[in-house]
Write a protein that binds this ligand. Structure first.
Ligand SMILES: [Fe+2]
Ligand SMILES: [Fe+2]
Length: 232
């Protein structure tokens, strides 16, 4: 697991290079999801834009990150449930455990995002309880069960919905970095949680670059996990 963490951190850092990022991103840019994931993905993004605005902001990221970490927990739980039924099928157990390992790892990564971003948001603007705490909590609850049951019925549906959500997150962080480059480079970031996680960005710009890269990795891995589950 430590090797996986180190490898993932190296990948995230390498994605700061625009050419490397493009080469990593392009092969899955045109991925066509099924109708149900597209429908669910569009609802999720539409709800986010309606409640938190179309433009990226600290407070929008805070709310989105509360919701974004949930499907990983759902997949790990669904894989755990399925392993209760199929533990004698070693090949299947291996595939489920592979997805489960990635899910736990990604949910820790998303937890880091929400903890650090909510601390940054607190310094920028106060957050209303209903809009920024209760609504994301309600959404997260709803999204947990949708992702969980979708995964049990057909993992592809859940993974493809997440692909769309992560694509949206990547686009939002990219836009945020572009629109606020100068000011973000002047803001230092001090976070015990981030240091514990093992990241040491010199500015908020570097931090948000790493988050943008994380979302791209999550997007691509969602599709790669479909391939893992489908290999005979
Ligand atoms: Fe995130
Ligand atoms: Fe993500």
């Amino acid at each position: 697991m430590d090797d996986e963490y180190a490898g993932s951190e190296r990948l995230v850092e390498s994605l700061n290079d625009a050419a490397v990022r493009e080469a990593y991103k392009t092969p899955l840019d045109g991925y066509r999801t099924g109708i149900l994931p597209r429908f669910l993905g569009e609802i999720l993004i539409w709800c986010g834009n309606t409640v938190y605005g179309r433009s990226p902001s600290y407070l929008k990221f805070r709310a989105v990150e509360v919701i974004a970490r949930v499907p990983y927990h759902s997949w790990a739980s669904a894989a755990f449930t399925l392993l209760t039924l199929f533990y004698t099928d070693e090949a299947r157990a291996l595939k489920l455990s592979t997805v489960s390992r990635f899910s736990r790892f990604a949910s820790d990564n998303e937890t880091m995002h929400v903890v650090v971003i909510s601390a940054l948001a607190r310094k920028e603007r106060p957050a209303g309880i209903v809009r920024y705490t209760l609504i994301p909590m309600f959404f997260a609850f709803f999204y947990f069960w949708v992702s969980y049951f979708l995964y049990l019925l057909n993992p592809r549906w859940s993974l493809e919905t997440n692909y769309l959500f992560e694509q949206h997150a990547f686009d939002q962080y990219s836009l945020f970095l572009k629109e606020n480059e100068e000011v973000l480079k002047t803001k230092v970031i001090v976070s015990d949680f981030l240091a514990w996680y093992g990241r040491h960005p010199r500015s908020q710009y570097e931090f948000f670059e790493s988050v943008r890269n994380d979302e791209l990795v999550h997007r691509n891995r969602s599709i790669r996990e479909i391939e893992t589950l489908q290999t005979p």
